[in-house]
Design a protein around this ligand. Structure first.
Ligand SMILES: Cc1cc2nc3c(=O)[nH]c(=O)nc-3n(C[C@H](O)[C@H](O)[C@H](O)COP(=O)(O)OP(=O)(O)OC[C@H]3O[C@@H](n4cnc5c(N)ncnc54)[C@H](O)[C@@H]3O)c2cc1C
Length: 376
């Protein structure tokens, strides 16, 4: 029997890769450290490039049905005065949905391949393939190992040693409010903080806040976010914000995450590679992290299907993906730096520049972001 491809992490990228390979008859095994795929998380925007990958996986319709169609995105001042509007129509539409809904759809049909509550203990490269030791002590031979285990990737640590994620200078709070908000994705830019509202269902709005703050200590359990923190940081925002946030209950789950980036010189070594946040976590300012993990998964699956030599396929995958991912990561970082400005004079200049940028120019610059060549 052919040795399976071991995918570490049943997040968005890992499950998408498992779907792509399984549909082509390639044996896979997915290990996930969580004991169960629970409906946790908040919302996501999936832009046209993410939807194109999901269409290729045969899951686009299910995702569109589970989410809310987004016609466009609007940037406004903290008071809700429009600064710039972007239409998603020309780039294949976009969907706002709950992250758990996406994970549920991506995991369908993979029950037999999924091993929950399991991590990777050791990697032993062989002349062909890799031998792995799992946390339950099992030793297994694999054709390849793919680390899709997120920002704090253990596969990355086994390959390249400790890599300290770079803190972007701001932290985030995410939550879902059971009431309708603006009809399109809306982000309000304040001083050193932004607040976003995204419809993810007819009566569900995903909200997020990004606020300049010192980094939380890397070690130890971090306190969860609270509704009180969200309300305190949301105080300067007007427009639709007070109406939507009035729907927050005292027990609404709030996720607090410091925003980090991962920048690596290499993603692959022999028959082991990384994808998604494990390889290139990026700031969330363009809503492209999950989209990049999906694109990675598709391109990697195609390279693994067409090449006999696994290390060559992984090297080609990395060569194809790196320029695109690095460009998106850079663009996202710049948007974050502009969005998180703390100086009121600079903010006034920024807002003026945004208001004066013709809609067509803003649309053109986003077009490259949402169009991708998935065929190498
Ligand atoms: C505030 C915020 C807003 C965002 N908004 C958007 C958005 O609108 N659109 C978008 O496209 N992206 C967005 N993102 C980014 C997106 O969430 C991530 O880029 C995406 O989830 C990455 O997918 P992944 O599969 O690489 O990692 P993850 O989804 O993080 O999955 C990693 C998986 O690996 C598992 N795991 C971890 N360690 C181990 C281990 N040792 N062994 C086994 N399993 C392990 C984890 O439990 C998890 O299931 C946002 C991010 C943030 C922080």
């Amino acid at each position: 029997m052919t040795a399976p491809v071991l995918i570490v992490g049943a997040g968005i990228g890992g499950l998408a890769l498992a779907q792509a390979l399984t549909r082509q008859g390639v044996p896979v095994r997915v290990i996930e450290k969580a004991e169960a795929l629970r409906p946790v998380g908040a919302g996501l925007i999936l832009a046209g490039n993410a939807l194109r990958v999901l269409d290729r996986l045969g899951l686009g319709e299910a995702v569109r049905a589970a989410g809310h169609p987004l016609s466009g995105a609007q940037l406004t001042t903290a008071a809700g005065r429009p600064l710039q509007t972007l239409s998603y129509a020309a780039s294949g539409g976009a969907v706002g949905l709950h992250r758990a809904a996406l994970q549920g759809i991506l995991s369908q049909g993979l029950e037999a391949q999924l091993l929950m509550g399991t991590t990777l203990r050791a990697l032993h490269p062989q002349r062909a393939g890799v031998e792995v030791t799992l946390s339950d002590g099992t030793v297994q031979r694999c054709r390849a190992v793919v680390g899709a285990d997120g920002l704090h990737s253990s596969v990355r640590a086994l390959l390249f040693g400790a890599v300290v994620p770079r803190y972007a200078g701001y932290t985030s709070w995410r939550f879902v409010v059971p009431r309708p908000g603006p009809a399109q994705a809306t982000e309000l830019w304040g001083l050193g903080c932004r607040l976003g509202l995204v419809p993810i269902g007819p009566a569900q709005t995903y909200g997020y806040l990004t606020v300049n703050a010192p980094e939380q200590p890397p070690q130890g359990a971090k306190p969860p976010g609270t509704v009180a923190e969200v309300l305190a940081h949301a105080a300067p925002f007007g427009g639709p914000v007070p109406g939507v946030l009035a729907g927050l209950g005292a027990d609404t789950p709030v996720i607090r995450t410091d925003i980090h980036e991962i920048r690596l010189r290499r993603w692959s070594q022999g028959s082991v590679t990384l994808l998604g946040d494990a390889a290139h976590a990026m700031t969330p300012n363009l809503g492209q992290g999950a989209a990049m993990a999906l694109e990675d998964a598709w391109v990697l699956s195609q390279q693994m299907l067409t090449a006999n030599d696994v290390p060559a396929a992984l090297a080609r995958y990395e060569a194809l993906r790196r320029p695109r991912v690095e460009a998106v990561q850079r663009q996202s970082r710049l948007v974050g730096q502009a969005g998180q400005l703390e100086d009121s004079a600079l903010r006034a200049l920024r807002d003026l520049a945004m208001r004066l940028t013709p809609a067509a120019a803003a649309q053109r610059s986003s077009q490259g972001l949402f169009s991708v060549n998935l065929d190498g």
